[in-house]
Structure formats: structure tokens, C-alpha cells
Design a binder for this molecule. Structure first.
Ligand SMILES: CC(C)(COP(=O)(O)OP(=O)(O)OC[C@H]1O[C@@H](n2cnc3c(N)ncnc32)[C@H](O)[C@@H]1OP(=O)(O)O)[C@@H](O)C(=O)NCCC(=O)NCCS
Length: 382
């Protein structure tokens, strides 16, 4: 077939479409959202401003932000129905499965299923942005046998999440570190979950379905699930003195070291220095340097041995742990942030849509005849 193109495995290095939302530039080691460097956004903006920027294309004025946050706050309460569903979910399930279910129910409660106009999609996005943290916190409270805490209208996005999980809001430094992580996790071009969302949107399915699919993709340890695996690894290492030996053993047994490596960045993830500095601030605020010290030792050895640098999950995982979150909540927290980038991509895909449908090269057996069942011998798969 002369008009087909053979893409490399994993679509590595393939540009699949244009986007105006973000640019990951490994050459300059930078990441911009709609033209703004993420570091600049972390320094000057709250997550809500970045959510507005990603989905609407420009930073909000004070008035626009007030309107946006007022609406976001008004959508934080879960329906009685959704809260009841969450409280009926098995306690042993992974919280990512609970979030996936919650978004699915949110979609079923919205009777505008087939209305994917930009205005309606924007409103559906805001509903998810506001309700996902409530669902994550509700499931956490359910699993830990505690009463559900309703959202507080007088708190910003990040402070309110702490309030719903723990019934209290930590120091300003800790809330800011969490908020910065929300900004850093918000968007990263055509990663696996975003691309999943765009594929679903390309069939003209609804935004809730796209987000449910994206959540499924994010759950995998090679993608969003890595932030949880990082913390499991740090706990397995246990102490700074054992870090180097542990890593050398792990590499010798060909183990993938979680929180290291990246498909696009080859010389370090541009988001790491910012998140690392916030991780240090959380360590200071919580008077706990243990995880920072183990992390530093692992990073030093990994770079020296393999030349592979950490990705955002490496500092984010221990930062969340020191903030008091259960390890299994780390990837759902990622969802609370990435809902912004996903939604922006869904809307961009819908605005200039073409069904995403690649080809495959068939490498199975040649065409053959069906043998009647009584005459068949065991057909071992080739
Ligand atoms: C992110 C990731 C999937 C990128 O994978 P990729 O672009 O397909 O690159 P590869 O897996 O082919 O890695 C290339 C080489 O580096 C090695 N490598 C990459 N990441 C590694 C890691 N975290 N630990 C050990 N070796 C690693 C691979 O073993 C491979 O070595 P080889 O050529 O000798 O076989 C990969 O780095 C990884 O699995 N990292 C750990 C999970 C993680 O942190 N995910 C979050 C990403 S933001």
C-alpha cells in the first residue's frame, strides 16, 4: 500500500496533529501553556487561573476569574445520588476506579449528553473540575471510615480539597505547594491519556466519555500511576544509607525505576526543579527530611549510572505523602489537575475534528477454512 505510513512502535516521534494548548520542548527543556512558561504560572497564578487559561486560551481578568471561581464553587456539591454511589463502592478498590465511576455518573446525571457545543462542553468541564475533588475526598473518607465533609465555599480549589479530606487546611506553604503541583500536572500535550481523550472525542462521543477513557489511561504505572509507585519505592528503600545499593541492585535486575525517564524529555523534565523546590518546602513545613534525602540519593545514583533524569512524579509523590495523602490518592489528585488539559484537548479536537483511525499491519495466519467443530484438533495459537 503506497499511500500508508508505517509509524514507529508506540508512535514515538510521530506528530499526530496541531495543538494551540501547550508545547513540550525537549531542546530548550521547557513547557509552555498557551505561550506561558509553567514556572512563570506557578510563581504568579493560582491553579484556577491556569484552568481558565488552558480551556479558554487566555489568562482571566480579575472579574473573569471571580465569575469562573464562583461557578466552580457552585458545582462542588455532589448530588445525593452520586454521594450514595461513592459510599456504596467497594473499599478495597483503587481510588482511580472510584473517580472513573464518579465521572461516569456525573455524565449520566447531565441530560445534555449529545450537546457538545463549545459553551456546553465548557460548562461540563467546569462541573467536572469542581466535582472531581469532592468525589476523590468522599471516597477517601468512605474508605477510611470517616464522615463525608461537604465542600467549603469560602476556600479556594486547593485549600478546599484539604478541608474535604482532613477537615482542616494546612499552612499556606503546603497549600501553595499543592496548588503548584496542580499547575505542573495540568497539561502535557499528546501524552497517552490526552490522546485517548482525543480519540474518543474524534468519534463525536461526549466529553464525559472522553474523560472516563483518559482516566483509564492515566491509571497505568507507566503514565500517571508512576507518582504512587515512586512513593512505594521510597518506602521500600527505607533509608538514605540504603538508597545507592538498592538502586544498583534494582538496575542489575533490569527493574524499571519509577519516576525516572520520559518519552519526550531526554535530559530532564522541565517541571522537576519547580516541584523539587516545593517538595523541599513541604519537607521543611512538616519537619520531615527523610524522603527528600532518599530521593536525592536515588537521583544522584540514577544519573551517574544510567544518565536518566527524574520526571515530575519523582518529587510530586513524596510531596503528596508528606502532605498527609494516602499513596493511592496520588493519581486521583493528578486527575483533579489534568481534567483541565484533557478538557482543553477535547474542545480543540471537537473544533476541528477528523476521526482518529490508524491502520495496522496484519501479521497473523493466512486466510484458512473453518474446520467443523467435531473434526477440529486442538489449535494452539501461533
Ligand atoms: C516513561 C517511560 C515509559 C518512557 O519510555 P520510552 O520512551 O518508551 O523509553 P524506553 O522505555 O524505551 O527506555 C529507553 C531506555 O532507557 C531505559 N529506561 C528508561 N526509563 C527507565 C527507568 N525508569 N528505569 C530504568 N531504565 C529506564 C530503558 O530500559 C531503555 O533501556 P534499553 O535501551 O537498554 O532497553 C520510561 O522511562 C519508564 O518506564 N519510566 C518509569 C515510569 C515513569 O516514571 N512514568 C512516568 C512518566 S512521566
Amino acid at each position: 500500500m503506497s499511500d500508508t505510513i508505517r509509524a514507529p512502535k508506540g508512535l514515538a516521534g510521530v506528530i499526530a496533529d496541531d495543538t494551540r494548548i501547550s508545547k513540550v520542548n525537549p531542546a530548550t527543556n521547557s513547557l509552555i501553556y498557551r505561550g506561558y512558561a509553567v514556572q512563570d504560572l506557578c510563581e504568579h497564578c493560582a491553579f484556577e487561573e491556569v484552568a481558565y487559561l488552558l480551556t479558554k486560551g487566555s489568562l482571566p481578568t480579575a472579574e473573569q476569574l471571580a465569575e469562573f471561581t464562583a461557578k466552580e464553587k457552585s458545582y462542588r456539591n455532589l448530588s445525593d445520588n452520586l454521594l450514595a454511589v461513592i459510599q456504596l463502592l467497594p473499599k478495597g478498590a483503587h481510588p482511580m476506579d472510584a473517580v472513573r465511576t464518579a465521572v461516569s455518573v456525573l455524565g449520566m446525571e447531565d441530560d445534555r449528553t449529545w450537546d457538545s457545543s463549545p459553551e456546553t462542553n465548557d460548562d461540563k468541564f467546569l462541573r467536572m473540575l469542581a466535582a472531581i475533588p469532592s468525589a476523590v475526598a468522599a471516597y477517601y473518607r468512605h474508605v477510611s471510615g470517616q464522615e463525608y465533609i461537604a465542600p467549603a465555599e469560602d476556600l479556594g480549589f486547593s485549600a478546599n480539597f484539604f478541608h474535604m479530606c482532613f477537615g482542616e487546611v494546612p499552612s499556606e506553604e503546603v497549600v501553595k505547594a499543592f496548588d503548584a503541583s496542580m499547575i505542573l500536572y495540568a497539561e502535557h500535550s499528546f501524552n497517552a491519556s490526552t490522546f485517548t481523550g482525543r480519540v474518543i472525542t474524534s468519534t463525536t462521543s461526549d466529553i464525559y466519555s472522553s474523560i472516563v477513557g483518559a482516566i483509564g489511561a492515566l491509571k497505568g504505572p507507566l503514565h500517571g500511576g508512576a507518582n504512587e509507585q515512586v512513593m512505594h519505592m521510597l518506602k521500600e528503600v527505607g533509608e538514605k544509607a540504603k538508597a545507592k545499593g538498592w538502586l544498583l541492585d534494582a538496575l542489575a535486575s533490569k527493574r524499571k525505576i519509577m519516576g525516572f525517564g520520559h518519552r519526550v524529555y531526554r535530559n530532564g523534565d522541565s517541571r522537576v526543579p519547580t516541584m523539587r523546590s516545593y517538595m523541599h518546602k513541604v519537607a521543611d513545613a512538616t519537619n520531615n527530611r527523610k524522603w527528600v534525602e532518599i530521593s536525592d540519593a536515588l537521583e544522584e545514583t540514577m544519573i551517574a549510572e544510567k544518565g536518566i533524569h527524574p520526571n515530575l512524579d519523582f518529587p510530586a509523590g513524596p510531596a503528596y505523602y508528606m502532605m498527609g495523602f494516602e499513596i493511592e490518592m496520588f493519581t486521583p489528585i493528578f486527575v483533579m489537575s489534568r481534567i483541565t488539559g484533557w478538557s482543553a484537548h477535547v474542545m480543540e479536537q471537537a473544533s476541528a475534528n477528523k476521526l482518529i483511525r490508524p491502520l495496522s499491519e496484519y501479521v497473523g495466519p493466512d486466510q484458512r477454512k473453518v474446520t467443523p467443530i467435531g473434526e477440529r484438533v486442538c489449535d494452539v495459537a501461533e
